[in-house]
Each structure stands twice: as structure tokens, then as C-alpha cells.
Design a protein around this ligand. Structure first.
Ligand SMILES: *Cc1c(COP(=O)(O)O)cnc(C)c1O
Length: 388
């Protein structure tokens, strides 16, 4: 099917929720995608930080196909080996005690918020239920996670919202005011992704962690985007030397198949018990087999390579005309630019580079396996586009 046919069908039948760019992809290798238009594109977006090994990775595909040759879905009424193995891998790698599997980042956060409320309810009774989030955060599109998303423009039309959720500025006075006496959890993204790739201030995160601990408020790290090697560590909270009580992740975890995970550490271990939460597809064996492959390959050596690629790209970006600031951590890169980021993204596409935006910044979240050649190809296009 040629691109115009695909576009016509989509525009006729899909809900008009996405401002799509004019390209469809039919194949590729690693960080190079083939368009239905016959052109090649360098991929600095990885399907929004999802395709950690790019596309058509042989080992990842074999793990998926191997599981497809066994059984594609098992109800959570029964046991399944890939799910048990993934739970063990995640716990062993992070020190978490337990995991729960969902299908997306929003669902992983939904699980974390429910678990925090239950934890507090069991210990302190009803009423201590407030979830505090940060301004400029993004936690998902379900009503609970949308309420926690601290950006007003997401909140049009959809009220009434979930009560007992409040967003605070990134300082301790604001957090304490929002928390009051009835907070059960504070949720943070160590690097705020959707709102511009902004790493949180280290002193703030340290103070927040101590405050949560003193007051038995659960600290939830939303690592949906920052997790799974994206920042050069397995999880971004490791850069901050803190230990959250709950960690959620999704995007890159299964390298391109839908999954979300909620990790419960020490005191949150028994927050959820039988009947408290569930999911039909959550922890699907094919997705879990894919995630096991991803996690087993995110070795210390691999993560060091990610850090090296990050340094390489950041140095090149800082030297480019039109770049005001380079933000974020690891291969989660924000670029403040002199002109309109959305227009730059469209120009990059025309020249064969897929890049993302995050508010007024450009955002780069490439496959972690991106090669030097692929980085150079993309950076050359970006530098030409920035010159105008
Ligand atoms: C993408 C994202 C989500 C939502 O994930 P979905 O899989 O789209 O539901 C939540 N939190 C953060 C930090 C994200 O980047």
C-alpha cells in the first residue's frame, strides 16, 4: 500500500487524536527506518523511548518468536514462566521485593497510586489518601494519572477529576503545603520527559526523599520513560542516590511490546494483596519474554556504552548553531533551540531524521543500540536544519 492510501484510510477511520507527521514505516534495521515512500530515516525517537534495541534486532525477535511458538497469552488465574522470570529479574536487578505487571505506563502508575492509598488506609485508616505530584509532570492519560499530570492543558474537558490529587512546585515548601496531613504518596519523574526533558534538582530530590521517609509518605518514581537504561543507569533514580518505595516503568521495558511494571520496595512489599488489583493482559508471556531479553542485555557494560553515546551526542549538540541548552540525562536529551521546535521537527523529517519535541524543546531518545554512523547521520541533518 502506498503512503497516500494509508493516510486516506487512517484519516477516514481513526479518531482524530494525533497530529501525525506524513510518513508510514514499513521496516528498518536498528536506528534506521524505511518509509512507505521508499526513503530511509535515521531514528532519534525510538517510538518515544520504546525501541531500546531499534527495529529488527535478531536476538530480541528470537525471544519473542520462541514464546509465540509456545503460548501467546495465559490468564493471570494461572502461572506463566516468562512472567515469573521477569518478576525475578526486575527484583534481582533493583532490590525490589515484588512486581505487578500492567500494559502501559499509565496503568503502572494507576497501580502505584492505588497501592499507596491501600498502604496508608491499612496503617492509618481512611482519609490519608492524597497523591502529590509535581508541576510540569506527566503520568498518563487515564483519569487518575491525568489528574496527577501537573500540566493544565491536559485537563480541559475531562472533569470532574479524581479527588485527593494535587500538583506542587518543585520546592519543599510547596510540597509540604500540598501534602498537608493527609498525603500517602509523592510521585516524581527524575527527568521530566513530556514537559521538556528537565532533570530534577539533586538537593530537592534528596530533601523530598528524607521528608517522605520521616512522614511515612511513599515516594513513587515514575520511570516510565527514564527507566530501562535510557539515562545510562538501569533506572534514573540511581543517579540521585535515593531509594523510592515504588518504581513504575513501561516504554522501553519490553523493547517495543506493550507492558508496564510496578515495583514494590521494602515497606510497600505487601501494599497489594489478593483481589486488590488485576489485569487481563498484564504480564502477557510474549511481552514478558521480550522484557526478559531486554533486561538481561542491559548489563553494566552496555549501560557504560549508553553513557559514552550520550557524551558524544551532547558534545556535538552543544557545538551546534542555534542550540541554547542541552538538558536531560543519558540518551534522554532535551535541546533548547532558538526557533520553533515543532517546525524544526518537520524540517528534520523532510531531510530524513525522526526527532521528537517536548514542549518548546527538541527531544532525542534514540534506540540505545544506535551506532556511531547513525548518530552522525542524524546529527548532520539536525545541524543543517538548525542553521536554517
Ligand atoms: C509516557 C509516559 C507515561 C504514560 O505511558 P503510557 O504507556 O502512554 O500510558 C507515564 N509517565 C511518564 C513519565 C511517561 O513518559
Amino acid at each position: 500500500m502506498d503512503f497516500e492510501e494509508i493516510r486516506r484510510m487512517d484519516e477516514a477511520y481513526h479518531a482524530d487524536t494525533f497530529s501525525r507527521l506524513p510518513v508510514a514505516f514499513v521496516g528498518g534495521k536498528n536506528a534506521t527506518l524505511f518509509g512507505a515512500d521508499g526513503k530511509e530515516y535515521t531514528d532519534f525517537g525510538a517510538g518515544i523511548a520504546v525501541n531500546v534495541f531499534g527495529v529488527n534486532d535478531e536476538e530480541w525477535k528470537n525471544a519473542v518468536i520462541d514464546q509465540l511458538n509456545r503460548v501467546q497469552h495465559v490468564s493471570n488465574y494461572y502461572y506463566s514462566e516468562p512472567q515469573a522470570r521477569l518478576a525475578q529479574l526486575l527484583c534481582e536487578r533493583t532490590g525490589a521485593r515484588r512486581t505487578f505487571f500492567a500494559n502501559s505506563g499509565a496503568e503502572a502508575n494507576e497501580c502505584a497510586f492505588k497501592a499507596a492509598r491501600k498502604y496508608s488506609h491499612e496503617k492509618y485508616g481512611a482519609g490519608r489518601h492524597k497523591i502529590v505530584s509535581l508541576k510540569n509532570s506527566f503520568h498518563g492519560r487515564t483519569l487518575f494519572t491525568l489528574t496527577a499530570t501537573g500540566q493544565d492543558h491536559f485537563h480541559r474537558y475531562f472533569g470532574p477529576f479524581v479527588s485527593g490529587v494535587e500538583s506542587a512546585d518543585c520546592n519543599m515548601a510547596a510540597i509540604k503545603k500540598a501534602a498537608g496531613e493527609d498525603a500517602c504518596a509523592v510521585v516524581i519523574e527524575c527527568v521530566q520527559g513530556e514537559s521538556g526533558v528537565t532533570a530534577l534538582d539533586r538537593n530537592f530530590v534528596t530533601a523530598l526523599t528524607a521528608y517522605c521517609k520521616e512522614n511515612d509518605i511513599l515516594l513513587i518514581a515514575d520511570e516510565v520513560q527514564t527507566g530501562n537504561g535510557r539515562t545510562g543507569k538501569l533506572f534514573a533514580y540511581e543517579h540521585y542516590g535515593i531509594q523510592p518505595d515504588i518504581v513504575t516503568t513501561a516504554k522501553g521495558l519490553a523493547g517495543g511490546l506493550p507492558i508496564g511494571a510496578c515495583l514494590f520496595f521494602d515497606k510497600a512489599e505487601y501494599a497489594l494483596s489478593k483481589g486488590d488489583h488485576g489485569s487481563t493482559f498484564g504480564g502477557n508471556p510474549v511481552c514478558c519474554a521480550a522484557a526478559c531479553n531486554v533486561l538481561s542485555r542491559l548489563t553494566d557494560e552496555f549501560l557504560l556504552e549508553v553513557q559514552g553515546k550520550s557524551e558524544y551526542m551532547r558534545a556535538k549538540l552543544r557545538g551546534m548553531d542555534g542550540v541554547k541548552e542541552v538538558t536531560g540525562l543519558g540518551l534522554m536529551i532535551g535541546i533548547s533551540v532558538n526557533s520553533n521546535a515543532h517546525a524544526l521537527m518537520e524540517k528534520c523529517l523532510q531531510k530524513g531524521l525522526l526527532i521528537l519535541t517536548a514542549h518548546e524543546r527538541l527531544r532525542i531518545v534514540p534506540p540505545l543500540t544506535i551506532t556511531k554512523r547513525e548518530m552522525d547521520e542524524g546529527l548532520t541533518i539536525l545541524s543543517e536544519v538548525l542553521k536554517g
